[in-house]
Design a protein around this ligand. Sequence first.
Ligand code: BGC
Length: 266
Amino acid sequence: MNPALEGQVALVTGGSSGIGYGVAQALANAGASVAINYHSHGEAAEALAASIEKAGGQAVAIQADVSDEADIDAMFDTLIKRFGTVDIVVANSGLQKDAKFVEMTLADWNAVMNVNLTGQFLTAQRAVREFLRRGPRPVSRALGKIICMSSVHEVIPWAGHVNYASSKGGIQMMMKSLAQEVAPHRIRVNSIAPGAIRTPINKAAWDNPEALKTLLELVPYGRIGESEDIGRAAVWLASDDSDYVVGTTLFVDGGMTLYPGFADNG
Ligand code: BGC
C-alpha cells in the first residue's frame, strides 16, 4: 500500500516547533516531500529536515517571515526550485502576545494580526497562484490543498487574548470565503482548529500538575492534545480520503468546544 501522500509536496509554515513541527513530521511519514518554514529557529527546522531525510524522505528548511510578502515569494521560489511545485500548503505560523485589553499595545495587536491572519492570507494567495500555474497532477484528485491552522478560539471568546482570538475569528471567515472562491478550480481549503495541545505556546497551562488540572476542566475527553493528534488530522485533510471536504473547520480539541461548563450546570 502506498502512503497516502506519496509523490506530493507539502509546505508547512512555522514548522520548527509545536504543532507545525508535528504536522511536518506527519506529512513526511505519509510520504510527502516537505518544506519546513521557520522564522527564527533554524537549527530545529534543519534538524527536522535532516531526520526526515535520514529516514528516507525528502525535506528542506526555509527561512521566511510569513507576514512579509517578499519573504513569501522567495520561500515559494526556493520550494519550487527544489521540488518543482507544491500540492499541500499548511498555513500554520502563529503567535500569542497576551495582555489585558486596556493594556494591549498597538504593537502587540499588529504583531499577532500580521503573523496569524495576514501571514495566512499571503501564504494561501501564493499557494493558489502556484496551483493554478502548474495545473492538475496525477498525485491528487484536487488541484491543491490548503490547510489553515485555526484554533478553538475562532469560536470561543478569550479574555486577555483579544488580539489572538480576533485573528483566529478572522481565519474562520478568510478560509470559508477563499474556499468558496477557489473550489471551482478544485482547490480545497479547510481549517484545523486545535484545542489545548502540549506545545511551547501554552507551556504555562500544562507544565505543572496544578495548571494541567485546571486546564483539563476545559477538556471533556480528559487529556491534553499532542502535536501528533493534529498531524494525523492534517494528513487526512491533505489526502484524497477527504476529497469531498471543502471549506470546513475540523475541531481537534477533546471536546473543548462542547461548553464543558454546562455539564453539571445551567
Ligand atoms: C492557544 C493555546 C490554548 C488553546 C486552548 C490555542 O489556540 O494557542 O494557548 O491553550 O488554544 O485554549
